[in-house]
Design a protein around this ligand. Structure first.
Ligand code: 16G
Length: 254
């Protein structure tokens, strides 16, 4: 078994700008894993060693490692140390079914939670007003969340919902679709557009990935049975975690 000592260099930590030290240390490890510099099962030196190699406090190392363990990048075996974790399996997501993140993860046996970045009421941008077909002056609820599955950051989502369907943004708990369903406004149909992006620094940081990592940018416009638009959501899904799968059928019968 190899030892991952060589990835811990002060110069690498300093190259990463102004983020808190523990966040820079997390990125250093995640980046090394993504780049294949360390492999599953490689041993990570102890907290004290890493702290002295990098000239940071043990508290910083402990905090970074604890979060990396929650995210599955590292694993800790009681009494024997810390190791590089198992690479996460990619998730297959059918493109033909309209599901919510919560339903979707639950069906895979994963727990969900979200870090709220914004949950507020406000005026729509001109583009949002157009896409949501809003009347002048109509307000929207905004929900900006980092979505996690079993603690692991999967996607960033910015949802915009007309206030007429959800009067109070604070009334939304774990699931936006549940809140809409409770009010009789669950979407029945949606159009989704996907394209590839390289993550900018703020989004990459939130997802715990190096800047420039690939992601899928998705826009969903969802409709009620009467054809009105109920949701406009823009999301960024980790590129290395998802396969979006579409079933194709021959058209025309030949
Ligand atoms: C999914 C949807 C998103 C929807 C959310 C509701 C995609 C690309 N996006 O993440 O549009 O707002 O589910 O999930 O699938 P929730 O009910 O768990 O809040």
């Amino acid at each position: 078994m190899r030892n991952a000592r060589n990835i811990f260099s002060r110069a690498r930590l300093e190259a990463d700008g102004s983020a808190p030290l523990y966040a820079r240390l997390k990125r250093l490890v995640s980046e090394a894993v993504l780049a294949g510099e360390v492999l599953e099962g490689d041993a990570i030196p102890g907290e004290r060693d890493v702290a002295s190699m990098l000239d940071v406090s043990r508290v910083t190392v402990r905090k970074a490692f604890a979060e990396l363990v929650v995210e599955g990048v590292l694993t800790q075996r009681h009494g024997s140390g810390t190791y590089v974790g198992q690479p996460r399996k990619r998730m297959e997501q059918p493109l033909s079914r309209l599901t919510s993140f919560t339903e979707d993860m639950r069906s895979r046996g994963l727990s969900t939670n979200a870090d709220w970045i914004d949950r507020s009421l406000g005026l729509p941008s001109p583009e949002e007003a157009l896409k949501l077909a809003l009347s002048p002056g109509e307000k929207v609820c905004r929900f900006h969340r980092l979505r996690r599955a079993d603690g692991y950051p999967m996607a960033l989502e910015k949802a915009v919902i007309p206030q007429s369907y959800l009067p109070d943004p604070m009334a939304v708990g774990d699931s936006l679709y549940n809140a809409l369903k409770e009010r009789g406004h669950k979407p029945v149909r949606a159009l989704q557009r996907l394209h590839a992006v390289a993550l900018q620094q703020p989004e990459a940081r939130l997802l715990g990935l190096p800047t420039g990592s690939p992601a899928l940018s998705i826009e969903r416009i969802a409709y009620l049975a009467d054809g009105s638009v109920v949701e406009l959501t823009r999301s960024q899904y980790r590129g290395e975690s998802y396969d979006f799968v579409a079933e194709l059928r021959l058209v025309g019968g030949e």
